[in-house]
Ligand binder design. Structure first.
Ligand code: ZN
Length: 202
């Protein structure tokens, strides 16, 4: 199982980090050991002092494919989930400055919070509204229609480089409002009104 992630897929988030808008999706991977499911707590690791939350819609691949054309891409994902792409912003900043890969800032253990899945038929895929609360206050709010690269584009693009297999998952990028986490914080992610996950920081 591979975890793919898209960086800078919302205009307002790219702006808040002073990043230029990408002309092509920015793709990176996390190892399977990054997954944090079943509302388990996240333990703050000691290698970073600035871990940020990034709330993201997650796709589950339901059909194998390689070099998938855009018009067939929607056949290749079956479910929608919600997750957090935890990011060690201090380490990422160092990697970016030196032009180095991001894996240690993005792919560490338990850095990929994941909810249960909803069948995609249950959602209006062009207008999924999702939000994140931190200690009961709203911190992030997004709509899938604001993605720079939509689900079909992302699947088609990734599959040009990586064969997609059933069970692979794709984090599709975060809207604005990212910020730091602290021990004792409590996060809840929603699609519409439905609470998809909670995650306590320990
Ligand atoms: Zn992200």
């Amino acid at each position: 199982m591979t975890i793919f992630c898209v960086g800078r897929n919302y205009v307002d988030h790219a702006k808040e980090l002073n990043n230029p808008l990408p002309k092509k999706p920015i793709i990176f991977c996390k190892p399977a050991t990054a997954l944090l499911k079943d509302n388990k707590a996240f333990y703050y690791p000691d290698f970073s002092k600035d871990i940020h939350y990034e709330l993201e819609i997650v796709l589950k691949i339901g059909k194998n494919g390689k070099s998938i054309p855009m018009e067939k891409a929607s056949e290749h994902y079956s479910h929608i989930g919600l997750g957090i792409d935890f990011t060690a912003r201090d380490i990422q900043q160092e990697c970016k400055e030196k032009g180095l890969p991001w894996e240690i800032a993005k792919g560490f253990d338990n850095s990929a919070v994941l909810s249960d899945w909803l069948p995609k038929e249950e959602l209006n895929l062009n207008n999924i509204q999702f939000s994140l609360t931190k200690n009961n206050s709203l911190v992030q709010q997004g709509e899938s229609k604001d993605m720079i690269f939509n689900f079909d584009f992302v699947i088609s693009y990734i599959s040009q480089y990586f064969r997609l297999n059933v069970g692979d998952i794709i984090y599709t990028g975060t809207p604005s409002g990212v910020g730091p986490i602290s021990i004792k914080d409590f996060f809840e992610g929603y699609i519409g009104e439905k609470r998809m996950f909670y995650c306590e920081i320990k």
